[in-house]
Write a protein that binds this ligand. Structure first.
Ligand SMILES: Nc1nc2c(c(=O)[nH]1)N[C@H]1C(S)=C(S)[C@@H](COP(=O)(O)OP(=O)(O)OC[C@H]3O[C@@H](n4cnc5c(=O)[nH]c(N)nc54)[C@H](O)[C@@H]3O)O[C@H]1N2
Ligand SMILES: Nc1nc2c(c(=O)[nH]1)N[C@H]1C(S)=C(S)[C@@H](COP(=O)(O)OP(=O)(O)OC[C@H]3O[C@@H](n4cnc5c(=O)[nH]c(N)nc54)[C@H](O)[C@@H]3O)O[C@H]1N2
Ligand SMILES: [Mo]
Length: 772
């Protein structure tokens, strides 16, 4: 059986695709020039100055491009932003309008034929729009009419569990708190979110081992570390401000160990645009050692580190392993030690594709370091065994006592700017009982206890008719989720889809029978809900919580804040008689913050604390006091078997990743400067060895076919091969174009995260079925 191929529209511009040599350093003068040009073009001079100068400042707004933390209030630069943050800001500051006239001109059928890039490039959504059953176009609707329609649908469902409330990680803490409160007051825990596709594996792995699903470091720890491990992450593109922190660490004497199948420019060298040397291209060399690992070799690699660290400690007891930390704070060491001592070196070499001597060199870096920070992102979390790999990273940190001391710790680098805060506020399909109890006590209703659907389960529920209403608080579910050929029809089978959005995207045009587009204010914009100037709050990747206030004039008079929209939906569905004061929440966000302070652990006196300049940092027991809130009360060592996957002949492992010119499903432009790709995105990076072995050549066009264990095949067409430095057998292509290839059932054990970095594929000559 084969899943029918889907052919997402491709841009005309792609015919111009050009490939040049990849870069070996990131940022520099070019990055500044690009951010300024783009910003001036899209926002004009006044808005550019206003927006970029308040970006990440204490009295300004929090950059929505990533969750990297800001320096302490006194230590910020005048321009505390990066090229990609500036792109995100100008994207939101777009002066063109997508309103009733636009929708009258373009039918839904027409919009379905447009590329993702085209859809997002049309301007800001400015008017609530509806498509009623059978309609060919979106038409204007009043806000009250829109809320009424959502209320009618939700009230008509057989069970609250037939509704899905999806969140993308840009929503503020206030919006997130109100949203989960509404879902639970309505009666369901169906709160799938982008975290399910992102750092869910991290949350799962860390909760099981250290008792809390968040990283244990502050920005200062990075500056003070003597070794920083960066694995499965491309900071030059996705967290460019991290490069400044790495540069400070290097100036303080740190070494960097980079682990990645690709020699990403931002791992190798940083030309800091804030410094004259950086502008001249004489920047800071970053990685002292680069391990070009095979896809998913990390678990084997970290076991090898454990093996070598124990061996080094046996030669000179106490020199490497922190025995006191292990005996006081951990559980399960003996089993772990026995396991890694007996490690099969040949299996490690096969799984990692590295030479043993290279692994030894890297392990020596760990052995000789006293303060180690381990960073990771999607290259680790989006594999089938991701949770176990994360536990393996934890094992090595525990071995050396690298938790809860200055300059050391675990640093999962989050994606969306407030994805961590949304979780803290209760956006999760399986919040702990204690949180639900606090919600019950505060609001006087009994929240549902049955766990809800995560992202994968949500698609299945729509597909089988168990879910009939999909509400998206931001995001672009149809493109972000795996198995586009299944996800899109699932969304279309809904009775109602509601998208609270800033820009047009594919999820608006693969919509339910009734469909609503509700235009929201963005992070950069003034929010005068209730007649006063409102602020929101966010939490960064290092658990620091602070206020964010936009300064720009909203893109349209009809836009409403996310909080206001959600309260409107809640009132139309649940009425004003219940115990939740929705109307009050929508006029004064301090009243929401008061409740956050009484419900959310660690947020006591929230309203007062976030009013302070710079905000506050949430408690983190392992970081603060080496307290581990696991069942045993100790940090857990764990044992996982090393797996070596042998691929059938002609098969390759595909990872899907981000270009330098996109934010998730938002495509800003068609260049990936650091990797040498210009004016196009349909490329596959492949090693020269694979090209030779398969009898292919650079520049050739192929179609990709993925293979799944149940015999189904999925197809994505028309990619240009690009000869590139990547391990043999491991190829890479961009997300979301490759999502049609990832089977819905291909997700990480325990966390359910789609395996976006591991898809088995074969290639056929473009337009044929002939395997090359
Ligand atoms: N400008 C910009 N900023 C962003 C985003 C964006 O799209 N654009 N997205 C935001 C979001 S939501 C997120 S989650 C983050 C994503 O940030 P990243 O995780 O950096 O994003 P990816 O592009 O998915 O890159 C994954 C990296 O992991 C490597 N990798 C793949 N497989 C493996 C493996 O098996 N082992 C190892 N060691 N490495 C591997 C890839 O080569 C690549 O360098 O960025 C956030 N910031
Ligand atoms: N194959 C593959 N798939 C992946 C990944 C991968 O690496 N490979 N990465 C996964 C990851 S890490 C993530 S986080 C998900 C991302 O999944 P999502 O969060 O669902 O996707 P985004 O592309 O970030 O959402 C973009 C849309 O959000 C809306 N938006 C932007 N700003 C705002 C705002 O301020 N308010 C509101 N209400 N709406 C706004 C805009 O309409 C825009 O079109 O994708 C996942 N999918
Ligand atoms: Mo993410």
């Amino acid at each position: 059986m084969s899943v029918s191929p889907i052919h997402p529209p491709v841009d005309d511009e792609e015919s111009e695709l050009r490939v040049t040599k990849r870069k070996s350093s990131a940022a520099g003068a070019k990055a500044v020039a690009i951010s300024m040009t783009r910003s001036l073009r899209e926002q004009g001079v006044v808005k550019t100055a206003k927006n970029l100068l308040t970006l990440n400042q204490v009295e300004g707004f929090d950059c929505m491009s990533c969750a990297w933390p800001d320096p302490a209030p006194g230590e910020r630069h005048t321009a505390e932003f990066c090229e990609n943050g500036a792109k995100a800001v100008s994207w939101e500051g777009d002066r063109r309008e997508v309103g009733p006239a636009f929708f009258a001109e373009h039918s839904i059928e027409d919009l379905r034929g447009r590329s993702a890039y085209w859809l997002e490039s049309q301007g800001r959504l400015t008017h609530p729009m509806v498509r009623k059953a059978g309609g060919t176009h979106y038409e204007p609707i009043s806000w009250d009419g829109a809320f009424e329609l959502v209320g009618q649908h939700l009230k008509a469902l057989g069970s609250p569990d037939e509704a899905l409330f999806y969140t993308s990680g840009r929503a503020s803490n206030e919006a997130a708190f109100v949203y989960q409160l509404f879902a639970r007051a309505y009666g369901t825990n169906n709160l799938p979110d982008c975290s399910n596709m992102c750092h869910e594996s991290t949350g799962t792995g860390l909760s099981q081992t250290i008792g809390i699903g968040k990283g244990s470091v502050s920005l200062r720890d990075i500056h003070e570390a003597d070794l920083i491990i960066v694995t499965g992450q491309n900071p030059g593109t996705n967290h460019p401000r991290m490069l400044s922190a790495l540069e400070i660490a290097k100036e303080n004497g740190a070494k960097i160990l980079a682990i990645n199948p690709l020699p990403e420019a931002g791992l190798l060298k940083f030309d800091n645009p804030q410094k004259p040397s950086g502008m001249l291209g004489r920047g800071t060399e970053l990685a002292d050692e680069f391990l070009q690992i095979r896809s998913n070799g990390d678990m084997a690699l970290f076991q090898a580190f454990g093996h070598l660290l124990l061996a080094a400690d046996e030669r000179d007891p106490g020199s490497v392993v922190d025995h006191e930390f292990i005996s006081r704070h951990t559980n399960g060491f003996a089993d772990y030690a026995a396991h890694v001592k007996g490690l099969d070196k040949a299996a490690v070499v096969a799984a990692t594709g590295l030479e043993w001597s290279q692994i030894e060199r890297a392990a020596d870096m760990l052995a000789s370091s006293k303060r180690i920070v381990s960073c990771w992102a999607m290259g680790i979390t989006q594999h089938r065994n991701a949770v176990n790999t994360i536990k393996e990273i934890v094992n090595v940190a525990l071995l050396q006592g690298m938790i809860g001391k200055p300059g050391a710790g675990l640093c999962p680098v989050r994606g969306h700017s407030n994805v961590q805060g949304d979780r803290t506020m209760g956006i999760w399909e399986k919040m702990p009982e204690k949180f639900l109890d606090a919600l019950r006590d505060e609001f006087d209703f009994e929240p549902p206890r049955k766990h809800g659907y995560d992202a994968v389960a949500a698609v299945k529920a729509m597909q089988t008719g168990h879910a009939k209403v999909f509400v998206g608080l931001g995001g672009n579910f149809s493109q972000a989720m795996s198995d586009t050929g299944v996800t899109e029809p699932a969304l279309e089978s809904c009775a109602l889809t509601v998208q609270v959005s800033t820009k047009l995207n594919r999820s608006h045009v693969v919509a339910g029978t009734d469909a609503l587009i509700l235009p929201a204010l963005g992070r950069t914009e003034q929010d005068h809900t209730g007649g006063t100037e409102q602020r929101v709050t966010v939490e960064d990747s290092m658990s620091a919580v602070h206020a964010s206030r936009g300064r720009a004039k909203p893109a349209g008079d009809l836009l409403r804040s996310e909080v206001d929209i959600l309260c409107g939906i809640a009132r139309a569905t649940l009425g004003d008689e219940g115990s939740v004061p929705w109307a009050e929440f929508a006029t004064d966000y301090d009243r929401i913050r008061d409740r956050i302070g009484r419900v959310v652990p660690g947020c006591e006196a929230y309203t007062e604390k976030v009013a302070r300049s710079g905000g506050f940092t949430l408690p983190h027991p392992p970081r603060d006091s080496r307290t581990f809130t696991t069942t045993s009360g100790k940090a857990e060592f764990t044992v996982s078997p090393v797996e070596v996957v042998t691929l059938p002949e002609g098969r390759l492992i595909l990872q899907s990743l981000r270009s330098h010119d996109q934010f998730n499903t938002t495509i800003y432009g068609l260049d990936d400067r650091y990797r040498g790709i210009h004016s196009g995105r349909r490329v596959v990076f492949i090693s020269p060895d694979d090209l030779a072995e398969l009898g292919l050549h650079d520049g050739q066009k192929v179609d990709l076919i993925s293979e799944w264990t149940d015999g189904t095949e999925r197809r994505a067409d028309d990619f240009r091969l690009v000869s590139y430095s990547t391990p043999k057998g491991c190829v890479a292509a961009y997300y979301p174009e490759t999502n049609p290839l990832i089977p819905l059932d291909s997700y990480a054990d325990q966390s359910g995260t789609p395996t976006s970095k591991w898809v088995q594929v074969r290639m056929v000559a473009a337009g044929t079925s002939v395997t090359v």
